[in-house]
Design a protein around this ligand. Structure first.
Ligand code: FAD
Length: 289
């Protein structure tokens, strides 16, 4: 038996915002793929919920819009829609690849990418690619619209900067201004419907065989998805070759150990992480850019 709750499905954003502002124990419902399992296991994060405000009937939250310098993804866009969208595949292929890797067809058809990072599980597959693409998000309340970088929005596992009465309305992705090559990597305990144990996203731009810019983000191995700026700075200007990649892999292991501390799984996980990261860099280095 799951807890009792009321349910509304407004057709406009302004109605949804009004309802949220009047009900302190209201929660936004998008695909429900985190909330409903949360109800079933009586998760502390959801027990106080008395009202679910379903935003899926708000039509303008379902759009992917290409602008001159950016692409906007509405709050109700699902992983299936992301995986199939030509604009996303063209400018943000790592995001499309991550979307394809989420759960099963049924989950991808319901689950939204916004719900994925608002839930902010360490294993959220949308986060590493969104971070390397420098995603910003738009948040709306009754009185205010604001923009914030995704990295700042994510605070700690299962916790974000979202306040009561606010809705994330869209993701804003600046179109990459360089010809990046990149990869998304996910390791789970099995090949499908698997939660990430390690996830990584890498974008690299080279100039004359040197690393001009590299962006690296981790998921699952760090408490929340994290851009590894120190590593990026270290790599800038170095030769794009196996020696540099080995150095980077060693440094990634050290950084993750510094962030997480020694865990029972570190002895196994850190060498695996270093090895997959090294191989990922070699792979990205072979791509044309
Ligand atoms: C069987 C199964 C397999 C899965 N596999 C994977 C996987 O491989 N990889 C992965 O990353 N995830 C996986 N997931 C989790 C994934 O489905 C969710 O994280 C999903 O993306 C959440 O989106 P949703 O639309 O279902 O959100 P909901 O469950 O509706 O909401 C999640 C949270 O986000 C809030 N929220 C939603 N939209 C907004 C908004 N616009 N503004 C403010 N708050 C909002 C809700 O209030 C709630 O707190 C899996 C889940 C299941 C059940």
């Amino acid at each position: 038996m799951i807890q009792k709750f009321n349910y509304v499905a407004p057709k406009t954003l302004s109605t949804a915002l009004k309802v949220l502002s009047k009900n302190k124990n209201a929660k936004i419902l998008a695909g429900g793929t985190d909330i409903l399992p949360g109800f079933h296991i009586e998760s502390r994060r959801f027990v106080e919920t008395e009202l679910l405000v379903d935003i899926k009937k708000i039509s303008n939250l379902h759009l992917v819009r290409e602008k001159k310098d950016s692409v906007e993804i509405g709050a109700c866009v699902t992983f299936s829609e992301i995986a199939e969208n030509e604009i996303i595949r063209k400018y943000f292929p790592l995001l499309a690849k991550a979307a394809e890797s989420v759960g099963s067809v049924q989950i991808r058809n319901r689950a939204t990418i916004v719900g994925n990072f608002v839930n902010n599980a360490p294993c959220a597959d949308s986060v590493p690619p969104l971070l390397v693409y420098d995603a910003k998000i738009q948040i709306q309340s009754l009185n205010r619209i604001k923009e914030i970088s995704l990295q700042k929005f994510l605070i700690k596992p299962y916790s974000t900067a979202l306040k009561k009465g606010e809705i994330v309305t869209k993701i804003i992705l600046p179109k990459p201004n360089k010809n990046f090559a990149g990869e998304f990597y996910k390791l789970g305990r099995r090949r499908a419907v698997a939660i990430s144990r390690i996830s990584l996203a890498v974008l690299m731009n080279k100039q004359n065989l040197l690393i001009d810019e590299i962006r690296i983000a981790s998921g699952a191995v760090t408490p929340i998805g994290t851009r590894l700026y120190e590593l990026e700075k270290f790599a800038k200007g170095k030769e794009a070759n196996s020696e540099t990649f080995k150095e980077l892999a060693i440094k990634l292991g050290e950084k993750v150990l510094e962030i997480t501390g020694l865990r029972w799984s570190s002895e196994y996980k850190l060498p695996v992480l270093q090895q997959v990261f090294y191989l990922l860099l070699e792979k990205v280095n072979e791509y044309e850019n």
